[in-house]
Structure formats: structure tokens, C-alpha cells
Design a protein around this ligand. Structure first.
Ligand SMILES: Nc1nc2c(ncn2[C@@H]2O[C@H](COP(=O)(O)OP(=O)(O)O)[C@@H](O)[C@H]2O)c(=O)[nH]1
Ligand SMILES: [Mg+2]
Length: 365
């Protein structure tokens, strides 16, 4: 924060911050999903977008693809993140170089190649060609749940060994084409196997702002992902708080409270969305978005009835602002917003963790 502010006065600092915050939400991330027909491209896209295969906005699965056009599937909550369902590879006259030109390869930030048991040469050709175009690809061996189910029937079943054998088999199959890695996943339960590791690798390769977009959009399906989301959301709290504080410094009586609340509420909403908490009953702040108001803020401050005669601590704090003057109001507003957002982020991340653990234990039963 200190580095950022430097010699800037408050007004220009806030202008710059608002600019940054606005731009963050508009950073485009385009993910190409390619591979053989039937490997699970569309299923992967649906799982990533947290949509069931039956959802009206989902990518149709299990249909023979006749179109040669990539289909765009913007993320429902983060429309700046788009997954592209590319035509299946491996048809009789497959030419990787022509394919990449046809699908407009330059449009994508990276490629995900999805393969299933039927691993064929076309995967290698495609991987090689993508590398030639100086783009990153990540090789996914999908439908691992099927392999595990089949292998479980054998007497000497050892999951780790099975997974390692599949991984080695793919690495061998890719041969020279691939200095990189192979990631085992199941679209039917994306949080299992190598999904965390896949995310680590993609993250590492992306520039900062695109990484941020990815972390917000990735489904919150593992503890590791929740942690990353929390950290990503935390990085912008000081900016939001400063913008809110500066708003309060505008010397118009009575303005500060509504402006603060607006910024605060929209930031908290974004936490709900990032953690996918909007529909869950277990959450701590059981409120609909439309109900956000001073009472909710009071709840966030954690003291609803401690101040006698004043409805809530929050309202009490806010009521002081016009009296003590705009400069202090700015500082207070900054501190209050900063404190509340941090607390709220921790609480909601915790709730998300509990929801996830509960889902996992139900799943295991
Ligand atoms: N068991 C299992 N089936 C999958 C998985 N991913 C996809 N499928 C199934 O494989 C079939 C083809 O998937 P689809 O997404 O349409 O493949 P696409 O042609 O590459 O788009 C569908 O019946 C999916 O339900 C997976 O991880 N596990
Ligand atoms: Mg498909």
C-alpha cells in the first residue's frame, strides 16, 4: 500500500485505485478445451462452471460434434473468464496445424487437452503444435473414476499405484511432445486426484491479473482452492477500504454512510459468489443480497446490542462520522471497512470450508 501510494494525494490515489479495481474485473481469460470426442471436454467445461450437464446453459455432453466452430461458454459469475469447447480432434484427416489455425489459437491464454482411456497419436501431434505456437498446454487424463472402479475389482488394488501407472503411461505416450506433466482428473468429481496440482501449474504460468481472474472463477471444491481464493480476495481489501474511506472524506453531510455501505456490500457479495455460498443453508450470515443493510453490517461487527440506546455498533460508529469531521471520517471509514472486510472474508471462508467438509464426509459415507 505504501509503495502504491508514494507521493500521491488522496484524490489521485483513489482515482488510480478505482481504475485498478475496475480493470481487475475486466481482465479476459480464455481457456481452450480440446481433445478427442468423448474424452470429456464438455463435461470438464460444465464442471468448471459449476453447472450440471442438464443445466440449460451447460455445454451439451455426449453429442456427436459436427460443428467445426469453437463454442464460447462464459463463466456464469465471471463473464470475463470464458471456456471454449473446441471441435474434437482425431477425425480421419486430422492436421494439428490446420486445426489450430481453424480454431484461432491466438485467442486463447492456454490449452487444456482432455484425453480418456483411448489415448491416440493425435494428442501428441496437437501438443507438439501448440508448443510450436508458443502457447501453454496442460494434458488432462480424464475419467479416472472409471479406471479406479475397474481396478478395484482386482485383489491387489492400490490406488496410488494405479494412478502412477496411468500417469506414466500418458507421459510415455506423449513422449517428446511433452516436457510438461500429465494431470489425472475426473469430471464427475473435479476436486479429486490432480486438480489442485493442475491449478498450481496453470497459476504459475499466468501473469498476475489473469491468475487473479482464474482464482476467482475456479470452483471452490478443495480446501487448497478455498485458501487461494481467500488470499486472492484479501489482496484488494486495502484498495476497497481506501476508496471507501476517501468517499467518506467528501464533505457532504450524511453521504459517507451510504457510500461506505455500497462499497462494503458489493465486496461482501463478491465473497459469497467466490465461495459459492449464496444458496447454502449453513452460512453464518443468513441473509439474502437484497437484505444487506446496516443491520447486516452490525452483525459483521459482531455486536448487535452492546451499545445501549443505539441499535448497533455499526450505526453508532457511523453516527459519529459527520460530527468529528471529514478527515477523521476518512480514517475511520478506512479502518472500519478494512476491519469488516477482513473479518467477513475469514468468516465466509470458514463457512465455505465447513460446507466443503460436510459435503466430502457425506460423499464418503
Ligand atoms: N465416469 C466418467 N464419465 C465421464 C467423465 N467425463 C465425461 N464423462 C462421460 O463421457 C461422455 C462424453 O463426455 P463429453 O463431455 O460429452 O465429451 P466430449 O465429446 O469430449 O465433449 C459423457 O457420457 C460423459 O458423461 C468422467 O470424468 N468420468
Ligand atoms: Mg462435447
Amino acid at each position: 500500500m505504501k509503495d502504491f501510494l508514494g507521493d500521491l494525494d488522496l484524490t489521485s490515489a483513489v482515482g488510480k485505485i478505482q481504475d485498478i479495481l475496475e480493470k481487475i474485473d475486466k481482465v479476459q481469460l480464455n481457456i481452450a478445451v480440446t481433445g478427442e470426442s468423448g474424452s470429456g471436454k464438455s463435461s470438464f467445461i460444465n464442471a468448471f462452471r459449476r453447472l450440471g450437464d442438464e443445466d440449460p446453459d451447460s455445454a451439451p455432453t455426449d453429442v456427436v460434434q459436427c460443428t467445426k466452430e469453437p463454442t464460447a461458454y462464459p463463466h456464469p459469475d465471471y463473464p470475463n473468464v470464458t471456456l471454449w469447447d473446441l471441435p474434437g480432434i482425431g477425425t480421419t484427416q486430422f492436421k494439428a496445424d490446420k486445426y489450430l489455425v481453424d480454431v484461432k489459437f491466438e485467442r486463447y491464454d492456454f490449452f487444456i487437452i482432455v484425453a480418456s482411456q483411448r489415448f491416440r497419436e493425435c494428442n501428441v501431434e496437437l501438443a507438439t503444435e501448440i508448443q510450436k505456437m508458443k502457447k501453454n498446454f496442460y494434458f488432462i487424463r480424464n475419467q479416472i473414476d472409471n479406471d479406479i472402479r475397474n481396478e478395484k475389482r482386482k485383489r491387489e488394488f492400490n490406488e496410488e499405484k494405479v494412478l502412477e501407472a496411468i500417469r506414466q503411461d500418458c507421459i510415455k505416450g506423449l513422449g517428446q511432445a511433452n516436457a510438461a506433466d500429465v494431470f489425472l482428473i475426473s469430471c464427475h468429481d473435479l476436486g479429486l486426484y490432480d486438480f489442485n496440482r493442475l491449478l498450481d501449474h496453470i497459476e504459475e504460468d499466468l501473469p498476475n491479473q489473469k491468475r487473479h481472474a482464474l482464482l476467482l472463477a475456479v470452483p471452490p471444491i478443495t480446501m487448497e482452492i478455498l485458501q487461494k481464493k481467500k488470499e486472492a480476495l484479501r489482496t484488494r481489501i486495502w484498495m476497497v477500504a481506501l476508496a471507501s474511506g476517501a468517499m467518506a472524506a467528501v464533505p457532504i453531510p450524511g453521504l459517507s454512510i451510504s457510500v461506505d455501505l455500497g462499497i462494503l456490500v458489493s465486496e461482501i457479495k463478491s465473497y459469497y459468489i467466490a465461495f459459492n455460498l449464496d444458496l447454502k443453508a449453513e452460512i453464518k450470515y443468513v441473509i439474502k443480497f437484497s437484505d444487506f443493510g446496516p443491520n447486516v453490517v452490525a452483525q459483521l461487527l459482531g455486536a448487535s446490542s452492546r451499545v445501549a440506546g443505539v441499535e448497533s455498533t455499526a450505526e453508532y460508529l457511523f453516527s459519529l462520522i459527520p460530527v468529528i469531521g471529514s478527515a477523521i471520517a476518512a480514517g475511520m471509514s478506512f479502518a472500519t471497512t478494512y476491519y469488516m472486510l477482513n473479518k467477513c472474508l475469514d468468516d465466509l471462508a470458514n463457512d465455505a470450508n465447513n460446507v466443503l467438509m460436510k459435503a466430502r464426509s457425506t460423499h464418503a459415507e
